[in-house]
Structures are given as structure tokens and as C-alpha cells.
Write a protein that binds this ligand. Structure first.
Ligand SMILES: [Ca+2]
Ligand SMILES: [Ca+2]
Length: 165
């Protein structure tokens, strides 16, 4: 009887472990709600950053809720390196119309920093997270050609099946 109970416990642990693994992000990716996020160590321009994310079966992070925005900002604070990070927003197709790159959907939620988007020099068409000092980390438009770090995002479900490519 004791042996049977022990085996049941082992089976239960194995089952829970297997179930748990399925809902986790891959090593190096961080789980929030339905997505996995990777904060790059490399600095690339926006276009190469987007390509890099696609190479991981992901996209540049697209922020549609305050909760998601707060999470990403808190992660950037934890990394505490003063770095700026690309997000997947752009207005290079129609100036002043900000869209998410993977869907072309126009922004609904926004978290712009003071006086932004500013389109300085007529050449700020890509979306980054940067530190605005007293108001904290917010959104800024900047030239797409600047080399900075970036945040990739992919669906939690797609992460467990990413073997091909
Ligand atoms: Ca612009
Ligand atoms: Ca700006």
C-alpha cells in the first residue's frame, strides 16, 4: 500500500512537471500573460532587429495594454542598464500613423513620453522604450537606423513547438 501511494505520488509529480513544461517559455525568454519575451543583448537597427526576432519565430514586441506596457517597463528597469529597446511600432508607411509591424494595426493603447512622438528632423519613424528621467521609461519615436537593443515577443503556444528553422 505504501508502495502504491509512493508510485501515485511519483506519477502525479511527473504529470504536473510535463504539464508545467508545456506552459513555460524557452530558456532566455520571459513569460507574461500569453507571450514570451526576449530582451536582446545585441544592438541593431530597427529593421535588423525585426529580422532577428523573426529568426526566432517571433516579432518585435507589440504593446496593446497598460498591463503589458507596465510589465515590459518593469523588466527594462530590472535589467537596469540604461539601455533603449526597440518595440514593433512604426510610422514610416504613413507619417503620423503609428502601426504595429506584424499586423499593420493602428495603435490603440499608447505610452508616449513627454512631447512625443516628435518626428525630430522628419526622420523618427520607429518606436523605442527609453528613460525619460523623472517620468520614467516611456515610448519615443527615433530614427529606425539607430543601433539599440530590442524586445522580441512570441505567443506562448508557439514557443513549445519551435523546433523547425
Ligand atoms: Ca515619424
Ligand atoms: Ca522622438
Amino acid at each position: 500500500m505504501a508502495c502504491f501511494q509512493y508510485l501515485s505520488l511519483v506519477c502525479c509529480i511527473i504529470f504536473l512537471h510535463a504539464a508545467g513544461v508545456k506552459s513555460e517559455c524557452h530558456l532566455g525568454w520571459n513569460h507574461f500573460e500569453d507571450s514570451c519575451y526576449m530582451f536582446s543583448k545585441d544592438a541593431l537597427n530597427w529593421y535588423l532587429a525585426e529580422s532577428s526576432c523573426r529568426g526566432h519565430g517571433a516579432r518585435l514586441a507589440e504593446v496593446t495594454t497598460k498591463a503589458q506596457s507596465d510589465y515590459l517597463i518593469s523588466m527594462v528597469k530590472i535589467l537596469n542598464n540604461g539601455n533603449e529597446y526597440w518595440l514593433g511600432g512604426r510610422d514610416d508607411i504613413i507619417e503620423g500613423t503609428w502601426q504595429w509591424a506584424s499586423t499593420d494595426k493602428v495603435f490603440t493603447y499608447t505610452a508616449w513620453g513627454p512631447t512625443n512622438p516628435s518626428n525630430n528632423g522628419g526622420d523618427e519613424d520607429c518606436l523605442q522604450l527609453r528613460d525619460f528621467g523623472s517620468v520614467g521609461i516611456k515610448w519615443n519615436d527615433i530614427s529606425c537606423q539607430v543601433g539599440i537593443k530590442f524586445i522580441c515577443e512570441k505567443q506562448l503556444d508557439s514557443d513549445s513547438s519551435e523546433i523547425i528553422g
